[in-house]
Design a protein around this ligand. Structure first.
Ligand code: SF4
Ligand code: SF4
Length: 291
């Protein structure tokens, strides 16, 4: 039998087992005979605010109050995740701008200890890179933390940083190249959009997000409170829109849930995707909402 045929049979058997076996049994089998339970990626805010404030930011960061997230709370979240997922493919430290946090380095060692095999990445706009001292770069190296830069239209020598840091053994690369355009969320205030279509077209459904003991399929939903507060709006985030890590303990169950739309998807764009020229936010509602 050809190898490709064997792979096809294995895939079919896996699909069948995913549908018929209880989630707890799937988890048990994965831990016992497979590679353990796995989450593809997760990100978390280490700060909520940013020093750039781009219009259309999908974390609604220009509208967020200044807030440095507590390192202990983040570590607690990752301990909870570890009880469910043996491994996480990629862990993104984001914000806001992560380099604004005065104790950013304190998260690196515990995170690396909890998830020794994960690709851990700090995503930065690069503005504060030349303010970092030796301790910062040594810690990245020591705990094998990569640096990923979004290439904004700023006077920053991104290429130079990539070359310099790569030479001293820090994995450095672009998160997104030449960000001259931004995707506009075009949220529907009335929540009348087709959630299945919105989810189908969604780019962010794989950007899972953890905060305060809750795991979310994407980043816009858990950060919507910044938009709500700033403009006094009422985008509703219900109990079915997130997973309570104190209650749900099955990796297979969570991964199955993440393949389906959540109620909040009814607010998201189910039409054409719109791109806007990069600009600094004027904190206007039209940057995020379809008016
Ligand atoms: S740099 Fe990133 S986090 Fe900051 S406002 Fe721009 S898109 Fe948002
Ligand atoms: S709520 Fe749904 S459609 Fe909107 S960003 Fe999240 S996963 Fe995507």
């Amino acid at each position: 039998m050809k190898i490709s045929t064997i792979i096809k049979i294995i895939k079919k058997l896996k699909n069948i087992s995913d549908k018929v076996l209880p989630y707890s049994l799937q988890d048990y089998l994965k831990r016992k005979f497979g590679n353990g339970t796995y989450l593809s990626q997760v990100e978390f805010h280490i700060v909520d605010h940013c020093n750039l404030n781009c219009a259309y930011c999908d974390h609604f960061t220009p509208l967020a109050d200044k807030n440095f997230c507590k390192i202990d709370d983040i570590i607690e979240d990752f301990k909870k995740l570890k009880k469910i997922f043996d491994n996480i493919g990629k862990i993104y430290i984001v914000g806001g701008e992560p380099l604004l946090h005065p104790n950013l380095l304190d998260i690196l060692e515990p995170l690396r200890n909890i998830y020794p095999k994960s690709k851990i990445v700090i995503i930065t706009n690069g503005i504060l890179l030349d303010k970092q001292n030796e301790n910062f770069f040594n810690a990245l190296k020591k705990y094998n933390i990569a640096l990923s830069m979004t290439h904004y239209p700023l006077k920053i020598d991104y290429e130079g940083w990539i070359e310099k840091l790569s030479k001293i053994g820090i994995k450095t690369y672009y998160f997104s190249l030449n960000r001259n355009k931004m995707k506009k969320q075009n949220l529907d205030l009335n929540g009348k959009n087709d959630k299945k279509i919105a989810f189908q077209k969604c780019w962010e459904k794989k950007c899972h997000f953890v905060r305060d003991g809750k795991l979310y399929v994407c980043t816009p939903a858990p950060n919507i409170h910044f938009l709500n507060k700033y403009f006094n709006l009422d985008f509703k985030l219900g109990k079915n829109d997130y997973i309570d890590l104190n209650k749900v303990k099955s990796a297979s169950y969570i991964n199955a849930l993440f393949k389906k739309p959540i109620d909040f998807c009814r607010y998201c764009n189910d039409g054409e995707i719109e791109f806007k020229k990069y600009s600094i936010s004027k904190k206007e509602l039209s940057e995020w909402v379809k008016l």
